[in-house]
Design a protein around this ligand. Structure first.
Ligand SMILES: Cc1cc2nc3c(=O)[nH]c(=O)nc-3n(C[C@H](O)[C@H](O)[C@H](O)COP(=O)(O)OP(=O)(O)OC[C@H]3O[C@@H](n4cnc5c(N)ncnc54)[C@H](O)[C@@H]3O)c2cc1C
Ligand code: SF4
Length: 330
């Protein structure tokens, strides 16, 4: 049995008190604990104190405000998956939240924990004993990367299910820090170094994610490949959001956003999709073009289980299927 290290726990009642408590040297936040506690058991970090967000009621709201659906960082994955307005406005978000892990983990895990999820790698999400047997790596006790042996930075995978979807919808993230709130595009929050892939300023707590309400008809989808149907992190994932000239799959595509997860430490925004603009979504070349661009631009690494070339093929398959399913649904 893996034991937790010793640490103190503080349970502030307000966001301001949580920000103040986070100023203590080495303090870390805990929300549902479904990511950080396993990592502490694996000795990937040894904070002296955890600041729990479980009593901060202001983080648990979902509301519509200024043309956005605002989801508080403390809202659980189950609440997101089951919320009527989330399901009606952003079915791909509800779907992605509902396929994370398992019901018990979704009841504990939160949006804030999901967007601040640590990166994952087959060489680091192991016991301390296992890691030290291979000399550690840049993200743990060593100074090499086993995935890219001559690489200078860690390329552990960003494995959150919600980040690609929220990114494809143009969401922003609001962090509350000692100097007040800071809002930034969600996709700008992630960097390429898997040892520090989140651009969170010292003392900041994620307060909410804001998803802009669509001004035109849209179709959105999230597809995740896993070996088992439950409990597994994605091995590849793709989120697609298509804007249409009118509310029909036979309408012209006016915009498209495709974001792929589980490559390196940040989500990948697929480019060169202009070719599909002006075509009907139901035109088979749209699904084919998107899948081709995804395959050309997304090259998985051997950072998570399953062979990278196979995972690359699967992203193409899942991207194509996602659009075909949008069309079939009408
Ligand atoms: C068996 C298993 C399977 C899993 N499968 C999946 C999966 O399929 N897909 C997936 O996406 N995830 C998966 N997870 C990971 C995790 O359960 C979820 O990502 C969950 O949303 C994390 O939320 P949490 O509240 O439990 O985070 P915590 O563990 O509490 O925190 C995670 C990280 O976020 C930070 N944090 C938490 N809240 C905030 C905040 N408000 N502001 C700033 N930082 C914050 C913490 O300091 C910590 O670094 C899995 C976990 C397990 C154990
Ligand atoms: S990508 Fe390399 S440095 Fe990063 S966790 Fe994996 S082996 Fe370690």
């Amino acid at each position: 049995m893996l034991r937790l290290p010793r640490f103190g726990v503080q349970t502030p009642d307000t966001l301001e008190d949580a920000v103040a408590a986070l100023a203590q040297p080495g303090a870390r936040l805990v929300a549902g604990g479904t990511d950080i506690l396993p990592n502490l058991k694996h000795r990937l970090d040894q904070p002296p104190v955890l600041v729990s967000l479980s009593r901060v009621a202001s983080l648990r709201e979902i509301r519509e405000e200024d043309g956005n659906l605002v989801i508080g960082a403390g809202v659980t994955l189950t609440e997101i998956a089951e919320h009527d307005r989330v399901r009606a406005l952003f079915p791909s978000v509800a779907y992605a939240a509902g396929v994370i892990a398992s019901p018990l983990i979704r009841n504990m895990g939160t949006l804030g924990g999901n967007v601040n999820l640590d990166t994952r790698c087959r060489y680091v999400n192991q016991t301390h004993f296992w890691r030290t047997a291979i000399g550690g790596c840049l993200k743990s006790e060593g100074d090499v990367c086993h995935v890219v042996p001559k690489g200078r930075i860690c390329v552990a995978a960003m494995s959150s299910d919600l980040v690609p979807v929220l990114g494809s919808l143009g969401s922003t993230l609001v962090n509350q820090g000692p100097d007040g709130p800071r809002e930034l595009p969600l996709l700008d929050y992630y960097g390429a170094d898997g040892t520090a892939h989140i651009k969170r300023e010292p003392g900041e707590v994620t307060r909410e994610v804001r998803i802009p309400l669509p001004s035109t008809p849209t179709r959105a989808r999230y597809a995740k490949w896993t070996v088992r149907k439950s409990i597994d992190f994605p091995l590849v994932s793709v989120a697609i959001n298509v804007q249409l000239a009118s509310d029909s799959v036979d309408a012209e595509v006016t915009g498209v956003s495709v974001v792929v997860g589980v490559l390196g430490s940040k989500p990948r925004v697929v480019t060169r999709l202009d070719e599909v603009i002006g075509r009907k979504l139901s035109d088979a070349t749209v699904a084919h073009t998107v899948a081709t661009r995804v395959h050309a631009q997304c090259k998985p690494l051997e950072n998570v289980p399953y062979e990278a070339p196979y995972r690359r093929q699967m992203i193409r398959v899942f991207a194509q299927r996602a659009i075909e399913e949008m069309v079939a649904e009408g």
